[in-house]
Design a protein around this ligand. Structure first.
Ligand code: ADP
Ligand code: MG
Length: 385
């Protein structure tokens, strides 16, 4: 049982809100969620982000002047039970330095359930990754070690996050010296029977991509290890490795050939990585979940070089330009576009999304003809919704 002091102390300013503490020491919202007129209690300033499940606003508590983030979930789309689980798990995980602090304040409005978190002033990690370029190796290591620490903490309590991705990592300073994991909306105790409800995204492990919609499977920490591996790739390159971990995906299939040792040829977009980093990817992106390593295995690789020294610039240039190699390897331009496109759908409102789609279309039209046709990934030109 972790100490809950951190969240409790921080939340004292909000003790005017109704609160019950369960016998397990967790806040419970129960049926007696206080109904709040948000505008009366908070000055709501702007939308910070929007994910699949909720909207997060920057707000100032009128009585104390404390600036916070309010996460709203619309009642039409969220069951009280799911809201409570997310709130309680978020609060329970708060003591860790690299997990967002959730205050023990939850309430309802006419249309939404809402809880209160600390505000992260520099957005999320997705916004911090330069597209098609990635972050410098030392920065990636710094960020990844913080993220691993948060995931290790969760796994030590047998909680699986189930939605590890850059959008769910909040940033507190420009240099990324402090990042924190957030969004416990899909988190579950290990071994819980869950149903596949969402379509697969680049971070989804193959065993879940293979699951049929609405089919039951058990939550397992190996899911986070895979998603962490994909997140690491995204941070290093500013691209996705594939659209989804499915054999119909040409990029995934190419990786699979190498992963299963059918070929020693490393797919072109992975060649800038050192043999040690490729070893790490082999362990984290192991297809069989039962053979996948545990998250702490990353510590074995922390002191190694992650980028090949001599060939790095050559491959980096090739990635930025999206060159098609003579051997017919995938055209990375499409992946680069996917990265931008997925970013658009992850955290933007409709207007921004449409604006970005428009820009994407204009950019595609400006490309020479050969660049835009004949790809197995032609369907990635539109922004996934
Ligand atoms: N505490 C916060 N401070 C600043 N921005 C936040 C905070 N919480 C969330 N965000 C932004 O809002 C987005 C959506 O929040 P998240 O909790 O992930 O909701 P969802 O469950 O809908 O994905 C995040 O990706 C991030 O950009
Ligand atoms: Mg999210």
């Amino acid at each position: 049982m972790p100490s809950l002091n951190c969240a409790s102390i921080e939340s004292n300013v909000f003790l005017s809100n109704a609160k019950r503490i369960s016998s397990a020491g967790l806040p419970t919202t129960g049926k007696d969620l206080r109904c709040v007129d948000v505008d009366a209690e908070y000055k709501v300033m702007r939308l910070l982000g929007e994910g699949t499940y909720g909207k997060v606003h920057l707000a100032q508590h009128r009585t104390t002047s404390t600036v916070v983030a309010l996460k709203h979930m619309h009642k039409d789309e969220t069951k009280l039970k799911d809201f409570q689980r997310e709130f309680e798990l978020s609060y329970y995980m708060s003591p860790h330095r690299n997990i967002v602090i959730t205050f023990d304040v939850a309430f309802e409005t006419k249309h939404s359930y809402c809880f209160v978190q600390e505000y992260a002033p520099c957005g999320d990690l997705f916004e911090a990754i330069p597209p098609q370029q990635g972050l410098p190796e030392d920065t990636v290591k710094d960020v990844m070690m913080q993220l691993v620490s948060a995931i290790e903490f969760m796994h030590s309590k047998d909680i699986v996050h189930r939605d590890i991705k850059p959008e769910n990592v909040l940033v507190y300073d420009e240099a990324l010296k402090l990042v924190k994991l957030t969004d416990f909306g899909l988190a579950r105790k290990g071994g819980t029977l869950v149903k596949k409800k969402n379509s697969s995204i680049p971070y989804t492990p193959p065993e879940i991509c293979d699951a049929v919609y609405n089919e039951g499977y058990t939550s397992d920490t190996s899911t986070d290890v895979w998603s962490f591996g994909v997140t690491l790739y995204c941070c290093m390159t500013g691209n996705f490795p594939w659209e989804k971990a499915d054999i119909d995906d040409a990029y995934y299939n190419e990786f699979l050939g190498w992963q299963k040792r059918k070929t020693v040829k490393i797919p072109s977009q992975w060649r800038k990585f050192s043999p040690r980093l490729m070893r790490l990817f082999r362990r984290f992106l192991e297809v069989k979940p039962e053979r996948r390593c545990r998250i702490e295995e990353i510590h074995k690789y922390a002191d190694n070089k992650w980028v090949r020294r001599r060939t790095a610039s050559r491959y980096a240039t090739s990635e930025i330009n999206g060159d098609r190699s003579d051997s017919g390897e995938p055209n990375l331009t499409k992946l680069n576009m996917m990265f931008k496109a997925a970013g658009a759908s992850a955290g933007e409102g409709l207007e921004e999304k449409e604006f970005r789609e428009q820009r994407l279309r204009e950019w595609i039209l400006s490309l020479p003809e050969g660049e835009t046709s004949g790809s197995a990934h032609g369907n990635t030109l539109s922004v996934p919704s």
